[in-house]
Ligand binder design. Structure first.
Ligand SMILES: C[S@@+](CC[C@H](N)C(=O)[O-])C[C@H]1O[C@@H](n2cnc3c(N)ncnc32)[C@H](O)[C@@H]1O
Length: 362
């Protein structure tokens, strides 16, 4: 595919700079590593499902828009349900994460989730290829990424493996960055980061769709830090959700949301709080028939849907009432923002906390 891409590339970087997402320290690197080199011919747009992008014009349009680009569905198998299994992340998110990662010259970085290879090439351009390792679980993707990264002029270690185990032979790293979400930070990542180093990862919960957590690794083998905003990433492969127990629509009960607007459920601070208080309850937001909708379910047959002030509840649990009660406790706790929450990871597991590592939430 050919096209006069320079002006689109420049416009995207200008927009990222203007929005404050691309600081001066990263701009020359983004300039040197244009996105289109890393986007395969076959791509999809993520809407309610993945929609194939079929024309050259639409391809170029997506590549230089600030949107994520789906680069694989159904792990590359034909005839599947069309679930995104790899993507080239949204430029804003790539720039934001690299900024929060806060790298310095000479530092060594491990990336989990090579995907298209763009982020790894950006890191290699900034830190030198010898300082970057990237691990990808999908054997086809890892081969493609290694090829395009090499064609772009970089040679980080591009390795095939399960990133949940980190990549032992390259350790210790100064930084680990994950570009797929995890429900629990694997302790291997803490072990493989040198004391004083940092881990940045999208954390997925049931109730919320994703939050970025930044952990500082201490000399005592414990990593701790705060949440730094929202981040929707596809889950690490071992954590794909299994099938849910179907909801019996015959048990539907209608009610009203009363004083609590449904949008409150999607506030990141509340979502983190409710994730701890209602374990196993899934919250999703989206649109249905053009209207905003919140959907709660517990994967065991109970559910609630909320659309414009109206609630329908199904199954044995009153999930909406439970969520409202947790919201009351959240307000009582001072309606904390996402940055008030933190996470500590030790060999024994991970612990979510509010305001101070001593105040566990759960
Ligand atoms: C959002 S994409 C990564 C985007 C990528 N960093 C880029 O620049 O294009 C997430 C990737 O994580 C990979 N992944 C999922 N589980 C993994 C695992 N256990 N180990 C390593 N990679 C994994 C997926 O195959 C997918 O390619």
């Amino acid at each position: 595919m050919t096209e006069d891409w320079q002006s689109r590339h420049a416009a995207l970087l200008e927009a990222l700079t203007a929005s404050g997402e691309l600081p001066d320290v990263w701009r020359p690197t983004f300039d040197a590593v244009p996105r289109h080199h890393f986007v395969p011919d076959e791509i999809w747009e993520q809407r309610a499902t993945c929609v194939p992008v079929t024309t050259d014009a639409a391809w170029w349009d997506m590549v230089y828009r600030d949107v994520p680009i789906v680069t694989q569905v159904d792990e590359g198998l034909r005839g599947g349900p069309g679930i995104a299994t790899s993507s080239n992340s949204m430029p804003t998110m790539v720039a934001r994460m690299l900024t929060v990662l806060d790298v310095a010259d000479g530092q060594r970085v491990l990336e989990i989730g090579t995907g298209s290879g763009w982020n790894a090439a950006l890191l290699a351009a900034r830190l030198g290829s010898g300082n970057v390792t990237t691990v990808e679980v999908d054997p086809v993707l890892v081969e493609k990424a290694a090829k395009v990264i090499k064609e772009a002029g970089y040679s980080p270690a591009v390795v095939w493996g399960d990133g949940a185990r980190g990549w032992e032979s390259g350790a210790p790293y100064d930084r680990i960055i994950a570009t797929c979400s995890v429900r629990r930070i694997p302790y291997a990542w803490v072990r493989q980061t040198r004391p004083g180093g940092r881990i940045l990862a999208p954390l997925a919960g049931d109730f919320w769709s994703g939050t970025l957590v930044r952990l500082d690794v201490g000399g005592d083998g414990v990593a701790s830090g705060r949440f730094v905003g929202g981040a929707r990433f596809m889950p690490i492969r071992s954590e794909r959700p299994g099938p849910d127990v179907p909801v019996d629509s015959g048990t539907g009960r209608r009610g009203s949301t009363g004083a609590l607007p449904a949008e409150t459920m999607a506030h990141l601070g509340f979502a983190l709080y409710a994730g701890a208080k209602l374990p196993g309850v899934v919250m999703a937001d989206g649109t249905a028939d053009g209207r905003d909708q919140i959907w709660l379910h517990d994967r065991k047959g109970s559910a609630a849907t909320v659309t414009q002030g109206e609630v329908w509840q199904y199954g044995p649990r009153q999930l909406w009432e439970e969520a409202v009660a947790v919201h009351k406790a959240y307000v009582h706790d001072g309606s904390p923002d996402p940055g008030d929450f933190g996470l500590t990871v030790s060999p024994g597991g991970q612990r979510l906390w509010l305001r101070s590592p001593d105040t566990a939430l759960g």
